[in-house]
Design a protein around this ligand. Structure first.
Ligand SMILES: NC(=O)c1ccc[n+]([C@@H]2O[C@H](COP(=O)([O-])OP(=O)(O)OC[C@H]3O[C@@H](n4cnc5c(N)ncnc54)[C@H](O)[C@@H]3O)[C@@H](O)[C@H]2O)c1
Length: 327
């Protein structure tokens, strides 16, 4: 049994990870300011974990959270594409102060194992697809606020690696690629497409075939991984990953946004006619990870896109009325 600190633990990924760690018999302490997290996500394991409500930018709180911990999994960050454009300075502040505080706290309390949850955004528009971990991290334009998110992750990776060499037994970096599932909040592609299709059906503006305006041509691609598979991937890295290694976690099933909208439409028994729109500057046209390294550790994906979408859409159908407090 190990004692884990999960920063960002009331978030979408952090809450799923916490549940799995508890199930494996570990102890978990969460540090989260609940700005985007929801303690209610952990209702079914209430009383089985420790929760410190605090800000990753607060050095004292972070130091306290690092006491008597074997391994830190650092997820606290500001996610959600719209915030890359509207709150770039906050994204960088949480990213940079957060990583410095958590590394300093680890050193002070002799935490020897550290996992940084980075992002596919460090690759921006990679020229190799599927993209292996060896592709360079880039910031194509310092004046485009979108890259605040990727920049904060790049800085975090470089700090984790260089502190890792000196002060830790094991430091590993994972790069998630488009994780989805129930209760992932609303400002992501799958929830937004789901709710818009649901609304058009509700407004009776479409029966049988629905006209769906989107950003971009619809030919842009992503590779979507269901949350349970992502958590399994992260646990595989925790268990078998090596010191100072980077692992993509995602699926290699690349899909266009049009195909994704059609799959979501099929869950509502409607056909979709895409109406192309303008793409935001800096958006990536194709994204799909090469997960050979993760597979070599023994990872196997279990959930198909069809099954994962079905579960996700059921949740959004039932809880579409919910609005999170800070939106
Ligand atoms: N979901 C994805 O597809 C995806 C893809 C790439 C990378 N990631 C990374 O994975 C991690 C988790 O993402 P998620 O999808 O669960 O997002 P999320 O927003 O649900 O989780 C992030 C958590 O961090 C917390 N947080 C934010 N600012 C904080 C602060 N100042 N102090 C303390 N806590 C703070 C939030 O309250 C939230 O609970 C993030 O680092 C994110 O960048 C996620």
């Amino acid at each position: 049994m190990k004692h884990y600190l999960v920063t960002g633990g009331t978030g979408f990924i952090g809450s799923s990870l916490t549940k799995s760690l508890i199930k494996q018999g570990h102890r978990v302490r969460i540090l989260d300011n609940d700005s985007r997290g929801e303690i209610a996500r952990l209702k079914d394991i209430e009383g089985k974990f420790e929760f410190i409500k605090g800000d990753i930018r607060d050095k004292e709180v972070v130091e306290k959270a690092c006491q008597k911990i074997d391994c830190i999994i650092h997820l606290a960050y500001i996610n959600g594409t719209e915030y890359f454009y509207t709150k770039p300075e906050l994204i960088l502040e949480v990213g940079v102060k957060g990583i410095i505080n958590i590394l300093d706290g680890s050193i002070k309390h002799k935490v020897k194992n550290f996992i940084l949850v980075s992002s596919s955004e460090v690759y921006q528009t990679p020229n190799i697809i599927p993209t292996p971990e060896t592709v360079a991290m880039v910031i194509p334009d310092p004046f485009n606020s979108r890259y605040s998110y990727g920049a904060g992750k790049i800085i975090s990776e470089i700090l984790a690696i260089n502190y890792g060499r000196k002060f830790f037994n094991k430091v590993m970096i994972v790069r998630p690629h488009n994780v989805y599932g129930p209760n992932m909040r609303f400002e992501h592609v799958i929830p937004q497409l789901t709710l818009r299709i649901k609304k058009i059906i509700g407004d009776k503006k479409g029966k049988g075939v629905i006209r769906l305006p989107i950003q971009g041509s619809g030919k842009e691609t992503r590779a979507y991984m269901y949350i349970d598979d992502f958590t399994d991937g992260l646990l595989t890295v925790l268990d078998k990953g090596k010191h100072l290694e980077i692992y993509n976690i995602g699926t290699m099933q690349e899909i266009t946004i049009s195909q994704l909208a059609e799959e979501i439409g099929a869950c509502f028994n409607v056909k979709i006619k895409i109406v192309p729109g303008k793409l935001t500057k800096g958006s990536t046209l194709r994204r799909c990870p090469d997960i050979t390294k993760l597979k070599k550790l023994g990872f196997k994906q279990k959930t198909s896109l069809k099954d994962g979408l079905q579960k996700t859409i059921e949740w959004y159908n039932a809880f579409a009325h919910l609005q999170f407090k800070n939106d």
